[in-house]
Design a protein around this ligand. Structure first.
Ligand code: GA4
Length: 331
């Protein structure tokens, strides 16, 4: 019997994995142009079909984005011992490989901050790199502008859903007690692929976000994948000039399942360093997360009643890949 062997290069996983593989990018991601009048209906359709969309003509000044990106790069280039002064992430602060409190790991380092400038997580800013003031001002400019754009999108979403009060979602992010979070991620390039392969390590493992909405911007390095409704994973073409919106678990509940939170992950298959910045829009801790009456039309709620604090507390007791809403479904 003749055994056909693989070409030598394919047998060597280190070499195979270090060769830039040609990622097949998905071309069907909904694009929302905020300057177009039909965007509200397209936002609703994108949330129903994907729980995910890309926003262009967003109005966030490019300078705010590039300033924060360069501050982030400066910070992540510091020696580990310096970065660790801003850690551990319990839950805010600098983290390296370890994600959350329940043993998840990823090929990533990150900074987690609350978005309120007066809140305690800004205590880290005094240890953030060589010029903490510059970092602080870049963060504040970026977060303010992205929050404003996010609220505009959430108001269009409410209009598209024909909810009479168009600020039902945005008021939760605008509330001074809003429990929103900001995350800077750095995925280092071409590490020891053999070790990663042996440990099955990805950049950031699959999960859904617990909040209402997540707004992600990355540099031009690939890696982000989302799961389609049929369970297939697709690679999102990177686009450093746009924002990607992800439906979170809380929005799923508020729409009684009409929108579903999107499972996503980040792979480590790039030779380029990936830097992403994500704004997680969350409600105040005391807010009841429940389907909006305007969307119910005689339906009953698919979920038990809970506050954001209860959901968040339960989420921090789960592993990244768990179905966190499962505990809160009515049977
Ligand atoms: C996912 C969304 C945000 O990144 C995050 C994450 C948080 C963390 O990294 O500490 C969690 C994760 C996220 C969900 C379940 C818990 C908490 C890690 C984890 C295992 C900051 C958030 O709010 O929830």
């Amino acid at each position: 019997m003749v055994v056909l062997s693989k070409p030598a290069i394919e047998q060597c996983s280190f070499i195979r994995n270090c060769i830039p593989t040609t990622t097949t990018f998905y071309t069907g991601i909904p694009i929302i142009d905020l300057s177009k009048p039909d965007s509200k209906n397209l936002i609703v359709k994108a949330c129903e079909d994907f729980g995910f969309f890309k926003v262009i003509n967003h109005g966030v000044p490019r300078q705010f984005i590039t300033n924060l990106e360069s501050e982030a790069i400066k910070f992540f280039s510091l020696p580990l011992s310096e970065k660790e002064k801003a850690g551990p992430p319990t839950p805010m602060g600098y983290g390296n490989k370890s994600i959350g409190p329940n043993g998840d790991i990823g090929w990533v380092e990150y900074l987690l901050l609350t978005t309120n400038p007066d809140s305690c997580s800004h205590k880290f800013l005094s240890v953030l790199g060589e010029n903490p003031e510059m970092f602080r001002s870049a963060l504040n400019d970026y977060i303010l502008a992205v929050k404003e754009m996010t609220c505009e999108v959430l108001e269009l979403m409410a209009d598209g859903l024909k909810i009479p009060t168009s600020n039902v979602f945005s008021k939760l992010l605008k509330d001074e007690k809003s429990d929103s979070v900001f995350r800077l991620n750095h995925y280092p390039p071409c590490p020891d692929f053999q070790a990663l392969e042996d440990s099955n390590m990805v950049g950031f493992g699959e999960h859904t976000d617990p909040q209402i909405i997540s707004v992600l911007r990355s540099n031009n390095a690939s890696g982000l994948q989302i799961s389609l409704r049929n369970g297939n994973w697709i690679s999102v073409p990177p686009d450093q000039d746009s924002f990607f919106f992800l439906v979170g678990d809380s929005l799923q509940v508020m729409t009684n399942g009409r929108f579903q939170s999107v499972r996503h992950r980040v792979l480590t298959n790039s030779l380029k360093s990936r830097v992403s910045m994500i704004y997680f829009g969350g409600p105040p801790l005391s807010e009841k997360i429940t389907p909006l009456p305007a969307l119910m039309k005689g339906e009953t709620s698919l979920y038990k009643e809970f506050t954001w604090l209860e959901y968040k507390t339960s989420a921090y007791n789960t592993k990244l890949a768990d179905n966190r809403l499962g505990h809160f479904e009515r049977i």
